[in-house]
Design a protein around this ligand. Structure first.
Ligand code: A3P
Length: 268
């Protein structure tokens, strides 16, 4: 996809995000080490689910939940001190699409239409947005700051896969629902780990219901602040019943988004 200047989307994003600069300073991180692994996504794409799966592959006997996940897969901002005091074995959660600077990335993506609904409820619960869903999906400031929009985010990840396939593993949220065993095996291989022995336990202990029950019994920062669960619905194709016809028609006209949805295997 080229614009008037003849530059591809990726070339334009390189300029926008400053990718490709050798010693780029990453937000929140003092230094990148060659064995660092990044767990990355556009917001509300299933990042927490993926983090918990990765942590369960590494620590199958530990109870892992929203309240302690930062110990295992460190949030860029929520576990900044932990990240910067370690020199090896770091697995870091980041929403920034700086894949060229990340030695290894596991990237999770989800149907944008479901991302929008999830993000809307999340921001609404936190008091960060006060309009309705129709307003939210049209609000570029809410959706593009500070990580770039969804279509660009996923396009950069796909481009990284093309140019350096061994550096990034792409996982589709909907595939994790449909084929969790295959996805978990892929994740373990990508991390250079032996195949996990207790796949069924990893699946059940990272399942939506299990994590939501733990959030109910143990609480969470999110629940404390909002009186709502972080684990809201955890389903696919929610958009089909949540959006009005006008919203669906409007989304159909967002060509860049539709083109990335189509290229990523979603029916439009
Ligand atoms: P919903 O708001 O649609 O329920 P992130 O972790 O990237 O912020 O994404 C949060 C979304 O992933 C929420 O979506 C959340 O419920 C969903 N999610 C978290 N854990 C999940 C799991 N184990 N299975 C399915 N969906 C999960």
């Amino acid at each position: 996809m080229k614009n008037k200047s003849g530059k591809s989307l990726y070339e334009r994003l390189i300029v926008k995000f400053g990718l490709g600069k050798k010693k780029r300073k990453l937000p929140g991180i003092e230094q990148i080490y060659p064995d660092d692994v990044f767990i990355c996504s556009y917001p509300k794409s299933g990042n927490t689910w993926l983090r918990i799966i990765v942590a369960k592959i590494l620590y199958p006997n530990r109870e892992i939940h929203l309240g302690n996940i930062d110990e295992f897969v460190h949030g860029l901002f929520s576990a900044q001190d932990r990240i910067n005091s370690k020199f090896e074995n770091r697995i870091i959660k980041s929403h920034y699409p700086y894949f060229e600077s990340y030695p290894k990335t596991i990237y999770i993506y989800r149907d944008y239409r479901d991302v929008l609904i999830s993000y809307y409820h999340y921001k609404k619960s936190l008091g960060e947005f006060s309009g309705d869903l129709s307003e939210f999906i049209r609000d570029n400031e809410q959706l593009e700051i500070p990580y770039g929009g969804w279509a660009k985010h996923l396009s950069i990840a796909r481009q990284q896969k093309e140019s350096n396939p061994n550096s990034i593993l792409l996982i589709k949220y909907e595939d994790l629902h449909l084929h969790p065993k295959e996805c978990i095996k892929e994740i373990a291989s990508f991390l250079g780990l032996p195949q996990p022995k207790r796949l069924d336990d990893i699946i059940s202990e990272s399942s939506f219901n299990h994590l939501k029950n733990l959030e109910t019994s143990l609480g969470s920062e999110f629940k404390k602040r909002t009186q709502k669960h972080f684990f809201r619905k955890g389903i696919t194709n929610d958009w089909k019943s949540e959006f009005s016809k006008e919203d669906i028609d409007w989304l159909q006209e967002q060509h860049e988004i539709m083109s990335v949805l189509l290229d990523s295997g979603y029916a439009i």
